[in-house]
Design a protein around this ligand. Structure first.
Ligand SMILES: Cc1cc2nc3c(=O)[nH]c(=O)nc-3n(C[C@H](O)[C@H](O)[C@H](O)COP(=O)(O)OP(=O)(O)OC[C@H]3O[C@@H](n4cnc5c(N)ncnc54)[C@H](O)[C@@H]3O)c2cc1C
Length: 361
């Protein structure tokens, strides 16, 4: 006979951890099952975002950060940049909830009827009343992707990068129309994460990004002794997700719930998306994201112009607010004002719905 739970989580990644952590008091008396196909929780993930206030624990908080768009632009004050503390979240979840955490458990499918959900893994069957699903979406042909590769460097002496550099548009000489930038995260005075990112229709080209990182390191840090300690990589599809068929008790979360802010790839910060936006501004943001995504897909050359103009005209302060889970009204209006209108008008009537949207069956 299969075991019955009040709540079942599919996946124990970023959105499951955040959802469980945020609902500790609500889920306190519930019997919870988590099915994760991986062998363990990845508590060392470098997941950051812009925050004004947040009840999520952070390992690091930086009051200042740079956008190297047209020279050095520093973004201060209204929003800090923070790295989420998954170790603490994982610890508090385990300490406070009745949770049955099963690793190496790959979910295959679920069915539902009046009694709730029947969830099949490769080896077992479970019953649940509510289901939170963060398993990934299938790949969409020709979608725009944010591809990135990051290397962590351990220096023998302090590296002198005091604040994160969110976007360094330093040139990278590969023959490509892809938008490209570097990202630096000072994890301590001797530890530094250097990431190279592209927005591309192509899949992750790890060798190409590794060459870019090596070039950057050679240029900026060659006089220091360091070793490469760890690397991280990813290819995120930039899509607007629709869940048309609502099933009672079924909650898609994370990327599956559409929490992928088009053109950023930063979605961890958006777990609160639906709570933070009212219908009106949520709608405005939805239209902006879709338009931006459309231009980036159909017009690779204009994509670069648009991105650079948009980010540098907006200025670091408004841009940080725009990218946060709770953008201010002024940052939304600023985004609308600063967008290069002609680029949008040119692409307004191009139909590429199938490449920018994902409809969950
Ligand atoms: C290197 C890297 C750096 C990033 N940096 C940032 C950042 O700074 N800020 C930010 O906001 N975002 C960042 N992102 C994006 C962020 O990681 C994702 O947006 C976020 O992880 C999405 O959360 P999720 O819960 O939807 O998916 P995930 O975190 O991927 O969680 C899904 C989980 O489901 C599990 N799973 C999959 N299939 C099954 C199955 N069949 N059965 C059981 N379990 C399954 C997976 O193993 C995984 O643990 C980064 C991504 C990468 C790769």
């Amino acid at each position: 006979m299969s075991i019955r739970y009040d709540i079942v989580f599919l996946g124990y990644g970023v959105s499951s951890l955040i959802t469980l952590y945020k609902n500790i008091s609500k889920f306190k008396d519930k019997k919870i099952l988590v099915l994760e196909k991986g062998p363990e929780v990845d508590i060392g993930k470098n997941i950051c975002g812009f925050w004004q206030e947040s009840d999520l624990p952070m390992t690091h908080k930086w009051e200042r950060y740079f956008f190297k768009l047209d020279g050095d632009e520093q973004a201060p004050y209204s929003h800090y940049y923070g790295k989420l503390d998954f170790e603490k979240m994982d610890h508090l979840i385990k300490e406070n909830l009745q949770i049955d955490l099963r690793f190496n458990s790959q979910y295959v499918e679920f069915t539902n009827d009046a009694n709730g959900f029947c969830i099949k893994t490769v080896e077992d069957i479970f019953q649940g009343t509510e289901l939170y699903d963060s398993t990934p979406l299938q790949r969409v042909a020709d979608s725009l992707k944010q591809n990135f590769l990051g290397h962590e460097l351990e220096f023998e002496v302090p590296h002198e990068v005091k604040f994160p550099v969110i976007m360094d548009l330093e040139r990278f000489d590969e023959a490509s129309n892809d938008l490209f930038f570097y990202y630096l995260l000072p994890l301590s005075s001797t530890r530094l994460l250097i990431e190279a990112t592209t927005y591309s229709l192509n899949n992750l080209d790890e060798e190409c990004l590794a060459r870019a990182i090596n070039k950057y390191v050679e240029c900026h840090f060659s006089k220091k002794n360091f070793s490469f300690t760890k690397s991280e990589r990813g290819s995120l599809q930039l899509l607007k997700v629709y869940n048309r068929n609502q099933i009672d008790g079924y909650y898609p979360i994370g990327v599956r719930a559409g929490m992928m802010r088009a053109a950023t790839g930063y979605s961890a910060a958006m777990v609160d998306l639906n709570q933070n936006y009212g219908k009106l501004w949520g709608g405005v943001l939805w239209i902006l994201d879709r338009l931006l995504l459309k231009v980036m897909i159909v017009d690779p050359i204009d994509k670069n112009i648009l991105f650079k103009k948009f980010t540098s005209r907006m200025g670091p302060r408004e841009f940080a607010s725009f990218m946060s889970p709770s953008p201010s009204l002024s940052s939304l209006l600023c985004a609308i004002k600063t967008m290069p209108k002609m680029v949008f008008v040119k692409n307004l009537f191009t139909n590429c719905k199938s490449r920018i949207t994902y409809e969950v069956p």
